[in-house]
Design a protein around this ligand. Structure first.
Ligand SMILES: [Zn+2]
Length: 179
């Protein structure tokens, strides 16, 4: 029997608001084409608040991310990493593999490994490694492997430049005019 491509788009980024900044356009396009949309963040965005401690900030940002995801009828997950202190570990790779399998991702979007922000670069490496093995049944997670290794797309960093300021030229550019 032919393997079936899952029309599920998974956007995995470092922080709440990254999907909105970098993927929202393509996620909307795919939503309109009948894809299920899933948004995940590696961290809770714990450092991105004003006059709040990290726990309060993460709580607020979780609620904001869930509301933003709801605009596309998307599920939202956060994977427990700490904002500013994200490391490429076996634990984080396994969490991403589990998520890819749980939602049966067909296509994945994440940061570029030459992004300006270290959490973004780390996320790109974790997601790339996890996607690569998500169809292998030897990986030690309880979720069943996806049938087809998901397609993986990297999104361009802010200002289209790498950490040394060199310009990045994306091979594809999605422009959405305001409605
Ligand atoms: Zn970010």
């Amino acid at each position: 029997m032919a393997k079936e491509f899952n029309k599920v788009a998974l956007s995995i980024n470092a922080h709440p608001d990254d999907a909105e900044a970098w993927n929202a356009g393509v996620l909307k396009l795919l939503k309109d084409k009948g894809y299920k949309i899933v948004i995940a963040t590696m961290t809770g965005g714990d450092l991105g608040g004003c006059n709040m401690n990290m726990e309060e900030t993460a709580r607020v940002r979780y609620e904001e991310a869930k509301k933003a995801a709801a605009v596309l009828d998307a599920e939202y997950f956060t994977l427990g990493g700490i904002d500013g202190f994200l490391y490429d570990t076996k634990e984080m790779r396994l969490k991403v593999i589990s998520l890819i399998r749980q939602v049966k991702a067909g296509v994945i979007f994440t940061h570029l490994s030459t992004d300006y922000h270290s959490d973004h670069r780390t996320t790109a490496n974790i997601v790339e490694a996890a996607a690569m093995v998500s169809s292998l049944d030897t990986v030690p997670v309880k979720e069943k492997p996806v049938e087809i290794t998901p397609l993986l797309y990297h999104t361009s960093p802010l200002t289209l430049s790498d950490p040394l300021g060199s310009q990045i030229v994306p091979p594809h550019f999605l422009w959405m005019s305001p409605q």
